[in-house]
Design a protein around this ligand. Sequence first.
Ligand SMILES: [Ca+2]
Length: 375
Amino acid sequence: MPFEEGHTYRVSFSYQTNIEGQWAWVTGADRVADGRTTSRDITRDVLEQALDTAAYSREIVAGCGDTWVGLRKLGSARGTDLVIDDFTVTDLGKAETGAACAAVTAPNGVELSPGVPGEYVTTFTNHESADAVNVGIALPGLPEGWKARVKEKDGNLFESVRPGATVRTAWLLTPPAGTTDASPTWKVTATYAHGGDTRTVSADARAAVSDEPVLSPGSMTATADSENTSSGAGEGPVSNVLDGDAGTIWHTDYTASRAPYPHWVTLRLGGAADVDGFGYLGRQSGGPNGRVADYEVAVSDDGKDWTTVAGGTLKDVPQTQRVSFDRVRASYVRFTALNALNKQPFAAAAEMRVYGVPVDLPTGYPPGERPADTR
Ligand SMILES: [Ca+2]
């Protein structure tokens, strides 16, 4: 539908959806330059779970190119559905200021631990036709008791961002110990000066909070004795056990050879940590091959000398299975699979976790205060 540049519109609809975080309503703009059309998101609102009918409404200012609105699928959860009704766009007349064309993003699916600072990276991209000046990034609406710091001093402030450029802010977010909200939401905003206006853009932000301290998957790297290489990125590579996606798996080789048991995955931690558990999430679909039965867990300071700290037999369940052991300081954790539940030579896993707390917790800096715009 045609949006007139410089007008404010209210876009609203009612909806139902069964799984949160699977769908987003997006406002975007297309621009044609040198015969090429570039399309980009201006706002992106992730739809909450709504088993009863919920209302969505947002006001937008058209501009920054040809404005459009639409629906985007974000997640890969099976069985998700969405129903939309009463879709309405109301022209509210000419806006007082021009459209804010920059964009700000927050990560999808970051895991944070109670009481432990976790890295959370937001981005700001300047889609304006001139520099965005005095850019300040903020996280309004963080749940009570959360601490937000920035990894680099004033890492949330930027004097000037050129058109087309993207800048990152690495936050350190600490949910309070004992927090009960496992999937909190808040906002990320960017405020900047452009052509005499002060403009603000925002996006939804969210994280998954574990119920006990767990090492950030992004801080670890994984290696394995064997990886299948013929079935695409989602099945085979051992890096899939740290990507936060239950739909992607590590699987041992069945193409070049049927690699025999035992199989192993070594997780190199992002530094020394005091650890007391290992988590194994089996493959969620695609048949029984690779579901591990007997296992051992070992730890190491150097990746060479290993101490076995746990062993047992896993079950055929779709949840993460936690293997507990006495707290120990380590820089590497190795999971050794001894055989499979179905006695085939394959091993697989959807995700792996190490429970514990890094020895050196990052401290960071308080977020910088955005100075007032000078006119
Ligand atoms: Ca995965």
